[in-house]
Design a protein around this ligand. Sequence first.
Ligand code: SAM
Ligand code: SF4
Length: 497
Amino acid sequence: MTTSSIPQWMKSRIVPDEIDRYLPASGDDFIPDAEIVRLLAVEGEPPAARVRDILAKALAVETLTLEDVAELMRVRDAGLWEEMREAAGAIKHKVYDNRIVTFAPLYLSSRCVNDCAYCGLRRSNAAMERRVLTMDEVRAETEALAGQLGHKRLIVVYGEHPESGVDYMVESIRSVYEVKVKTRRGVGQIRRVNVNAAPMSIAELKILHECGLGTFQVFQETYDRRAYARVHPAGTIKGDFRWRLTAMHRAQDAGIDDNGIGVLYGLADWRFELLAQQAHVHEMERFCGIGPHTLSFPRLEPAVNTPFAENSQWQVSDDDFERIVVLARLAVPYSGLIITARESPAMRRRLLPLGVTQMDAASNVGVGAYADGQQKQKGERQQFMLGDPRGLDEVIREWAQAGCITSFCTAGYRCGRTGKCIMDLLRSGTEGKFCKLNAVLTFKEWLDDFATAATQAVGEGLLAKELDAIREQQPQVWPAFQTTYQRIVAGERDLYF
Ligand code: SAM
Ligand code: SF4
């Protein structure tokens, strides 16, 4: 496509009918701004009994109302706050057990037609080196991730640009799945590819669905309309708030039922964002029959030549960020919560016991950076700078020392446990037990194939406890499980329940 035809391409992106069919004819939508403002204006702490009722509801894996969440936001009492933190950890344990799912981000293109004020990839940023990876380069990146590090799950990320449109996405996802690399004892390969990309039409999403993607993520960035307009210039595709707001409706109608939403914290008042996101969750439950598979919490990070990212008046402090994660865990007890390597090691340690279910590690968000073998971040190649540069081995050892088993499990979507099916399992607390088996198998695989001696020692200690627990708590599956485990020990790979 020539540069002169890009404006034409941009005009064809938004399909008005695929916005209007999901929203009221009045021009309204499902974010009740006035109601949120009213709830945020209420003063005074809620009575302890009311707080405990709300916590009981969350512990029963029920989605909270806007009023519930707003009341929890007003808790200042240190003792009650501690009860909220404990409830967040308990919910995580009930629904997901002691697993942390890990993944890596893979940026495939840094070209973008949009001009988001906070993003290093915005089109007006002349300091950015632009690149769209060729399929050979995509395979080289995958080889580094699957062969050297041992990742099994990726989130592939694209700017919005005709050179990285849906055909490119499908070709690149297929290229990722193709790669198989010999490892110490088995074969390294990516078994689940999630996608973070701009909103798409139903026709495009159907194409994407057919190539075997896992979760489809689109972050609203901010639900505050004025803040949205300030950072997403009118006339760009992303400037259309409603096209973005209906992204998940179109994904659902295209057959994609594992969907992830999120807020970019630092663009507006986080309390407004959290309540508006809760309204989005309710709308997804109403429309899709299921809420979001994951909630993400990107927080503004510095980016090269991007003053906005450091000067926003709405920067979120570490204490408030912890509050956000706890409140979100309580508000939507069944969703996966993703905290990325944008956050520092100290912050990730602090959030680990509070309900987080997924974290990336050994991440590099520079386009083409994994195959280069360079750990060092290069600002002019990446969307923003990361806060946790540690390697996967070190991070997994730390999680194991904290009693968390790292899961590389990708069985769910390959067995059809997606969408409503997985939601029901999560809500009933069944998925936690079930996934534990696959977490243990994939953890053992990774330890044998990739771990250093120090991490293997810590990991095997944790595995011994997990095996005892499975034998005791799930005696009916133990014989079949033990046989499968021994096959992994003998070098077989990719076995799952
Ligand atoms: N271009 C697509 C879009 O905007 O939907 C794909 C997503 S973008 C490559 C991934 C996410 O990174 C964005 O949705 C945004 O939330 C986040 N992000 C952008 N700039 C950031 C920054 N300076 N710090 C932290 N996160 C940022
Ligand atoms: Fe482009 Fe996404 Fe960055 Fe906006 S956030 S400039 S759409 S890559």
